[in-house]
Write a protein that binds this ligand. Sequence first.
Ligand code: SAM
Length: 408
Amino acid sequence: MDALSQRRLVEAARDGAPVRGLTHGYYKYPARFSPVFAKAAISAFTKPGDLVLDPHVGGGTTLVEAIASGREAVGVDISSLAEFITNVKCTVFSEAELETLERWGSRVATSVDIHKPSTPLSDYEQLGYYKHLNHRSRWRMRKAIEQSLAHAIKLGTPRLESFGRCVVLRSAQWALDGRSKRATIEDFRRTLTETAEDMVQGARDLRASVRLHGRQQAITVLRRSAIGIDEEQTLTDMRAPRLVVTSPPYPGVHVLYHRWQVDGRKEAPLPFMIANKLDGAGLSYYTMGDRKYPGLKTYFDNIKGSMSSVAALADEQTIIVQMVAFSSPDWQLPRYLEAMEEAGLTEFRLPILKGEADGRLWRSVPGRRWYSAQRGTTPGSQEVVLFHRKAVTRPSAASLAASDRVAR
Ligand SMILES: C[S@@+](CC[C@H](N)C(=O)[O-])C[C@H]1O[C@@H](n2cnc3c(N)ncnc32)[C@H](O)[C@@H]1O
């Protein structure tokens, strides 16, 4: 990579601007990385038509940037909510579909009428997905969500309905998640309209970017663990990815990927209901293990497993770029690097960073609000961007001697 591309990548990794553009605003996925960073990595290491893989795809940042720059992409995530969001964000709607969505968006606020009945989602209710929304003080918001969801379902096709559900998801996240002051129904109605407008504009921008690169490249989203993806036929049938860009769960930092925090810190599974998905399991399922194990054993076993599968899918040209944060970098970074080596990956550093502390690409995130399940928020965090390649397996002395004999 030339010095200019390196400098661009470093600047992009340290970019602190708010997330914006294309379909990135469809949902505030916890601990998402910046689209500027994903885009810079994609343009530094790939060409149009190349395959990009994100094995912990979360809110789909990598896939949106890949499709917008004419790359083929695969995303994998253990969470059905991540699968839903990534699919909606990567849908390239036709002009006719966009017009339908525009009309739908201009009417969505009128679907919310507190004086009219709504239809409860009884199956979800029985499974406990209304938790913390069922409280007496919340009946208006519950009704507003049910009514706007019914309006989304009326869109009639799976693609359009998912878009409509995502409008409700983003608006309800705004109204409920991590708020100290309650949103009124009037606020919610206004937010539905504005969100639908913004999202249609995002979808138009994505369509324009994709068309700029000619033919639309394929996008695949798999809901499953990254551990074992080297045995997944959809992936083994493809060529090796040219780039893996990802941000796995962070060691020792428990981000609440699968819940909203309503009325203070009460955890609600509501986003799965709005997305028409089911939740897999508890917190440690989404964070690669519980923090209680000494040395974060479960975490490091899992990350080694997922990156071993990545290494098995890679070839000698694949570049693996990861953005990782640590609760205690002093011991967790060396342990993380050890896990990468055990997974069959070899680290390399950008020559341009030679003069910096350890020669790695660090970025500090002041005042980051982790959705920490345990002890509130941390004041800030340090994140590092790591670069790896598949380790070259050196032939053993015996196999060298054997090939020497064959050659002679
Ligand atoms: C830091 S987030 C990724 C955020 C993403 N870069 C974005 O911009 O939205 C980490 C993701 O890893 C997922 N995850 C956790 N364990 C996993 C596993 N074993 N396999 C695949 N994904 C996993 C979580 O569900 C979460 O969505």
